[in-house]
Ligand binder design. Structure first.
Ligand code: ATP
Ligand code: ZN
Length: 285
């Protein structure tokens, strides 16, 4: 039987969330911390555990059919992949930082500096796009110490909270790229593999939609229903059920996480009571 081979990070920042996503898609796999590969028991999926930097190459060569990897890695390796799906985890930014006491008024201030980075391809493009000439020093790790040891005046590195930069006496001055984990695919999948990929993608989308939405239940006096219903976008129109108490109804709907707080405030102001907000596990529209 045809299988789909997926490459995920063996250990590191994307490993746990990649496994979690597959599990949320209903795919059972053994966690392979000390393994090279494993198989799902209930989906035709073989999972390879690799270093994240190697994943684009493996997918391009067709050793794996699909992979989960940071956009930053795909762009640095300059691979011509289609992003099949953005996955919403592994969010970070690739930023330029300089000594916190340095004067910095804009990208032109990078002119002539030495910039230490593990992302020479992306930094080179950024400098060219901004018509700045600077010297790129490629180093493979602990980039943030480069200014302190006199190797460079600036760095370009991944940041999520900024605390590492702060601890090293640096300040973030430019965002070069915003990144998150993405699903990439080999461009020459056969028909059966494409069907499997579509199946997986359908499940991923259901998981993602569920995460971006909440199920809301509330009680309202019947005379307030028209106003309350007008505030609820929902998947279709909301469900309205009579309560045992005369003159009251229960209203059920789905709200987008992003609009959630505004709408809840308006619902309260319109007379909604006993508002319950429940996470959704899967959402298929
Ligand atoms: P490997 O051993 O697989 O080569 P690594 O050390 O290169 O691992 P990690 O630090 O585990 O990589 O990061 C993997 C990916 O996680 C990054 O390429 C990036 O897409 C994402 N990421 C999210 N937040 C951060 C962060 N704060 N710092 C670094 N990477 C981050
Ligand atoms: Zn790596």
């Amino acid at each position: 039987m045809q299988k789909l081979r997926i490459a995920i990070q063996k250990s590191g920042r994307l490993h746990d969330d990649s496994i979690k996503l597959l599990k949320e898609c209903g795919i059972d796999i053994n966690n392979g911390v000390n393994k090279l590969k494993t198989e799902a028991s209930n989906f035709p999926l073989e999972v390879f555990f690799l270093r994240d930097d190697d994943i684009p190459q493996y997918v391009e060569d067709g050793v794996a059919d699909i992979g989960i990897v940071g956009e930053n890695v795909v762009l640095e390796k300059n691979r011509p992949f289609q992003t099949v799906e953005k996955l919403g985890f592994g969010k970070c930014r690739l930023s330029i930082a300089v000594d916190k006491s340095a004067q910095y008024n804009g990208v032109k201030d990078l002119q002539g500096l030495r910039i230490a980075t593990s992302y020479p391809v992306i930094v080179d493009k950024f400098l060219k796009d901004n018509k700045v000439e600077a010297e790129i020093h490629e180093i493979s790790g602990s980039v943030e110490i480069a200014p302190g040891i006199g190797l460079a005046e600036a760095i370009c590195d991944l940041v999520s909270s900024g605390s590492t930069l702060f601890m090293n006496g640096l300040k973030e001055v430019e965002t070069v790229l915003k990144s998150e984990a993405i699903l990439v695919a080999n461009s020459q999948l056969n028909g059966e593999q494409q069907i499997l990929l579509k199946k997986l993608q359908f499940r991923i989308q259901a998981v993602k939609k569920a995460k971006n939405n909440k199920y809301v239940l509330l009680n309202a006096p019947n005379e307030k229903l028209p106003e309350i219903i007008s505030l609820l976008p929902g998947m279709k129109s909301p469900t309205v059920l009579p309560l045992a108490e005369e003159g009251w109804s229960s209203v059920h709907s789905v709200l987008k996480e992003s609009d959630f707080w505004d709408i809840i405030e308006n619902l309260k102001a319109a007379g909604a009571q006993g508002i319950l907000v429940v996470p959704i596990e899967k959402m298929i529209v």
